[in-house]
Design a protein. Structure first.
Length: 288
């Protein structure tokens, strides 16, 4: 029986908080926001499960600990499993790379992107025979580089991940959404909103085709695009997308419990930036 490993960090979820210049677990925002933007924001990550064909009890324990938020303990179990795998007589580049990617992800979760980069690079050197894993590894490498502001390396890795995904799966496949979104937020981190917007619009259109208009993925992507437009003072267009995001989030309350009031606050902020109060129910959330 295969054991699920925490692999992917998709920068799709919008969160409100922090201060101008703060960095998030994913890619962060520019150090300087427009003067009229009253609400600084950061981006966090959404995780996904991918299966590695590793059946040891240690891997199962490590995965369970990681999913429960015990990242250091989970990482220790996964490193023990990796050491055992590397000492085996039969080469296993796929599962070794898969475990290294999971360990790198946990390094990121603990605020150590420099160490995460080393794990991702080490995994890529194994040339694992899986296009999906290569996309994940290269995309996670891009995100880790961006976390400590090595944006040139981050952009190169994100473009490489996108090229692998398009070549292996086609331009409209869901595998392309992770590297495309990563690339968009690297543009955001550079302050290049004009380059980020068309990428996010393409991702939104693809997400709607792949998962449907009411899906969590569409809600996240619409929210991120709305946040981008909000930051760029395009409040009416931002509000349209944020309301679209809110509708999808409210249909996925288990995943979106924290995001719903934050998105409502952004919608209220878009009215306020235009000198309008907006619906009373939005301000009930903001005033609490």
């Amino acid at each position: 029986m295969a054991t699920a490993i925490w692999l992917k960090a998709i920068p799709l979820t919008l969160l409100l908080g922090g201060m101008p210049g703060s960095r998030s677990l994913a890619l962060g925002i520019p150090d300087q926001l427009p003067d009229s933007a009253p609400v600084p924001a950061t981006f966090s990550t959404k995780t996904a499960l991918t299966t590695c064909v590793v059946t040891t009890a240690g891997v199962a324990r490590g995965n369970s600990l990681a999913l429960a938020g015990h990242f250091a303990e989970g990482q220790a179990q996964l490193e023990d499993a990796l050491n055992a795998l590397e000492q085996a007589a039969i080469p296993d580049p796929l599962n070794r790379a898969c475990l290294m990617n999971a360990i790198g992800f946990l390094e990121r979760q603990q605020g150590r992107p420099v160490f995460a980069v080393e794990w991702f690079r080490r995994a890529l050197e194994l040339e694992p025979p899986s296009d999906a894993l290569l996309v994940l590894l290269t995309g996670n490498l891009a995100s880790a580089y961006a976390e400590f502001n090595h944006l040139d390396q981050a952009e190169e890795a994100a473009r490489q991940a996108l090229q692998i995904a398009v070549r292996a799966f086609g331009p409209d496949h869901p595998e392309t959404l992770f590297p495309a979104t990563t690339l968009a937020f690297i543009h955001v981190a550079r302050g290049n909103f004009e380059a980020a917007e068309p990428v996010l619009r393409r991702v939104l259109a693809q997400a709607e085709r792949n998962w449907g208009a009411s899906s969590y993925e569409v809600a996240n992507t619409a929210g991120n695009l709305g946040l981008l437009l909000f930051t760029n003072r395009r409040y009416a267009l931002a509000r349209e997308l944020l309301l679209k995001s809110l509708a999808g989030l409210e249909q996925n309350p288990i995943w979106a419990k924290e995001q719903i009031p934050l998105t409502q606050a952004l919608v209220a902020g878009s009215y306020a930036a235009e000198g309008r109060r907006g619906p009373a129910n939005l301000w009930l959330v903001v005033d609490q």
